[in-house]
Design a protein around this ligand. Structure first.
Ligand SMILES: Cc1cc2nc3c(=O)[nH]c(=O)nc-3n(C[C@H](O)[C@H](O)[C@H](O)COP(=O)(O)OP(=O)(O)OC[C@H]3O[C@@H](n4cnc5c(N)ncnc54)[C@H](O)[C@@H]3O)c2cc1C
Length: 402
């Protein structure tokens, strides 16, 4: 099989589907290649910040997210011993965004919503079951070598977007370094039917502890009462089978709150956590978006959102290129804008979030907690803090980069 396209997208996760969706909104034809047959349904991201909801408004995805997701107007900072430290009310962002809250809904549902719209468009061709193995480029375009169950395929595009996740074949094929580090500890995700709201938890809460912090948030699941996900750090030497064991997971939850006794463990999941940013987001006709370009810890729920923001910045630039209304230097602006905020905001904020939760020095912890209490109590300070943690400030700063 041989296909020609203006823009080829490798990867149909959140960043790839969003790139396709936004390009279609600009009237550009796309071919999207995805290895798997359907969106990955294992527990991954589930939090959407205000700018993301604004970007997905035009396609109708935001409206559908509101039907299927949960609005989290407040989020909390807690302490395992002391309980609630500070509660932030995103309503203070009412002048800054049309969506002054977080919206919580599982990643695979978002991908399915975007995919449905992309596949309904006459501008798109989505090919599932294509495993991209190699990419080469020359002056006029990019050649993609893929493997399908029926045999090899060759796809030729004028431009190529690598949205193929943290282990990106596209990034590696262009010899782009992925500098950063991997945390020693893996993160354990426990999904339960226990309702943490009965214990005073907001739909999104971060609990500090020098030994075992925890992030808890509510997701819709497939039942009216919803489910709760709890993310814990683990010790590097802990055994994977033990960590994933449901009885041990129940004990871990019970140590957090004895009220969880008797509740059901729906799912456990363990994953390695990285902080890395690609050295460049552009190599001639190839550009990177999403996890292919940056990976980070999930505290603050920023990674997936950031990939969608990449797509939103990239789509009009690619559209202008395809129409001959811009030259290729527009992709350098994309690189500078998105890479600089990945480094200064995404990496800095998520690392700071983790350090805050695990702070070991009691005096520093007490001082940070007092600072957060004071911030939450002062609407103007709270607004500034929430502009940063809701990803609005980073986008505003990036808009000034030329
Ligand atoms: C286990 C796990 C838990 C996570 N938990 C959280 C969380 O709690 N909070 C949070 O904010 N973030 C979390 N993340 C991160 C979040 O899921 C990612 O930021 C997000 O999925 C990135 O989207 P993406 O489209 O860039 O990449 P991906 O979601 O990785 O999508 C890449 C797509 O490309 C396809 N692909 C890859 N290689 C090829 C190839 N060679 N050929 C064709 N197709 C290919 C893949 O099948 C996949 O569909 C988690 C990630 C993982 C893996």
């Amino acid at each position: 099989m041989t296909i020609d396209a203006d823009v080829v997208i490798v990867g149909g996760g959140p960043a790839g589907m969003a790139t396709a969706l936004f390009l279609i909104e600009h009237g550009i034809d796309v071919v999207l290649l995805e290895r798997s047959d359907k969106p990955h349904a294992d527990p991954r991201a589930a939090t959407y910040h205000p700018p993301t909801l604004e970007m997905l408004e035009k396609s109708g995805v935001t409206a559908e997210l509101h039907q299927r997701g949960l609005i989290a107007r407040h989020w909390q900072l807690r302490d395992r011993q002391a309980g609630l430290i500070a509660e932030f009310d995103l309503a203070v962002l009412g002048e800054d965004t049309r969506y002054p809250y977080r919206l919580q809904c599982e990643q695979h549902k978002l991908v399915e919503m975007m995919q449905r719209r992309v596949m309904q468009s006459s501008h798109s061709r989505v090919l599932h079951g294509v495993d991209v193995e190699a990419i080469s480029q020359d002056e006029s375009g990019v050649t993609v070598h893929g493997r399908q169950a029926t045999g090899d395929c060759l796809i030729r595009g004028r431009w190529l977007v690598g949205a193929d996740g943290g282990r990106s074949v596209v990034r590696k094929s262009q010899d782009i370094a992925f500098d950063g580090f991997t945390w020693a500890e893996r993160f354990l995700v426990i999904t339960t039917d226990f309702d943490f709201a009965t214990q005073g938890y907001a739909f999104s809460s971060y609990t500090m502890d020098p030994i075992e912090w925890v992030a808890t948030f509510k997701i819709p699941g497939d039942r009216p009462q919803g489910l709760w996900r709890c993310v814990f750090p683990t010790r590097p030497e802990e055994d994977e089978v033990d960590l994933l064991d449901h009885t041990r997971a129940a004990n871990r939850l019970a140590a957090l709150s004895s009220a969880t006794y008797g509740s059901k463990i729906v799912h456990t999941n363990l994953y390695a956590v990285h902080q890395r940013v690609a050295k460049t987001y552009r190599r001639n006709r190839v550009v990177l978006v999403g996890d292919a370009a940056h990976v980070n810890n999930p505290l603050g729920g920023m990674g997936l959102n950031f990939g969608l923001h990449d797509a939103y910045e990239l789509a009009p630039r690619l559209a202008a290129l395809v129409r001959g209304e811009a030259d290729a230097s527009t992709l350098d602006v994309y690189d500078r804008r998105r890479r600089s905020v990945a480094e200064s905001v995404l990496q800095a904020q998520t690392i700071a979030n983790k350090k805050l939760l695990e702070e070991k020095d009691p005096l520093t912890r007490a001082a940070r907690q007092q600072e957060l209490r004071d911030t939450a109590a002062d609407p103007e300070r709270a607004r500034h803090y929430l502009l940063r943690t809701s990803m609005i400030e980073g986008l505003r700063a990036a808009a000034h980069i030329r």
